[in-house]
Design a protein around this ligand. Structure first.
Ligand code: ADP
Length: 295
């Protein structure tokens, strides 16, 4: 999608000449960008995320991720309407989701939808290797390297865990650093290649799905790439917010490989070290206790 160089033009492009923003209301809940509900003069509403002008790449990555999810035709995700820059901001315009209450049925639909997404063909999302994505993505935590590889274990080690540990090196003394090096060298003892590659949401904590007024779940704010489905599932367990119905539905639709529970904490270590880098020492204890178990 081409980046627009004005918000007015972007809105005219999607809604028609002369259509303007008549009201803008902040939406809270994200941790990286500012978000707004925009009401337009044609009566429609759209969702806008904004950041500084230099951060347009965040929205290019998010737009690519949302488009990947949409192409699987499995779980709902907001349509990407436009992205661009305007004076000192960059923006992303999305279909607005009118939120409603979650229920057992929405959890079940999310579990089944996620399982189907994980089973969808991934050929369109990565080129030149089985795991990764078409482009690197800029996240709040820095660049997420999506350079393709054919080995999941090496992808997860070299493109996910190692860069975060390198960034976090000042939190560890020299003996812990050695322990981390050995752990990264030996990850192949713990992790396994998936039976099939899966498109992952990539940041699936409870704040990154919504339920609409009809009770349907939607995936939002993805950092999508092709990987092992277990990595998505692991993160749902790290901060909570997904119920038994969701897991039962996921398992009955996709199953779980034996040994998932032993691998789960290693997948979550990536998010915990990323949080350590983003938010500070509050995450150090959890990182160290997982390392103690494996390294
Ligand atoms: P951030 O990138 O800053 O983490 P999010 O994408 O998580 O921002 O969005 C912030 C909040 O806005 C979400 O928690 C959700 O409540 C709401 N939101 C996100 N996407 C939409 C949408 N398409 N329509 C309506 N509300 C949305």
């Amino acid at each position: 999608m081409e980046a627009a160089d004005s918000l007015i033009l972007a809105i005219e492009n999607i809604r028609g000449t002369g259509v303007r923003v008549t009201n803008s209301q902040p939406v809270f809940g994200g941790d990286i960008n500012s978000a707004y509900k925009l009401t337009l003069s044609d009566g429609s509403v759209i969702f806008m995320k904004a950041n500084s002008r230099q951060k347009l790449a965040i929205f290019e990555g998010e737009a690519e991720s949302l488009n990947f999810i949409k192409q699987t035709n499995t779980v709902r995700s907001p349509e990407v309407l436009a992205l661009g820059t305007d004076s000192d901001i960059s923006f992303l315009l999305l279909e607005f989701i009118l939120s409603g209450p979650a229920s057992g049925a929405s959890s079940e639909e999310l579990g089944i939808g996620l399982a189907r997404m994980h089973q969808a063909d991934t050929a369109a999302f990565v080129k030149g290797g089985k795991f990764g994505a078409l482009h690197d993505h800029l996240l709040g935590s820095g660049i997420q390297d999506n350079t393709p590889t054919d080995s999941w274990v090496s992808f997860f080690t070299e493109r996910r865990l190692r860069p975060q540990f390198e960034k976090a090196h000042h939190y560890f003394d020299s003996s812990s650093r050695k322990q981390i090096d050995t752990f990264l060298k030996n990850l192949g003892e713990y992790l396994v290649e998936p039976q099939r590659p899966s498109l992952l949401h990539g940041d699936l904590w409870a704040g990154n799905y919504m339920v609409d007024r009809e009770g349907h779940p939607w995936l939002i704010d993805p950092a999508a790439y092709v990987g092992h489905a277990e990595a998505d599932l692991a993160l749902t367990e790290l901060f909570g917010g997904f119920d038994r119905t969701f897991y039962d539905a996921y398992q009955s639709a996709a199953g779980l490989d034996p040994g998932y529970r032993d691998r789960r904490d290693i997948y979550n270590l990536y998010h915990l070290v990323k949080h350590l880098n983003l938010f500070g020492t509050g995450y150090l204890y959890s990182v160290k206790s997982i390392l103690r178990k494996y390294a």
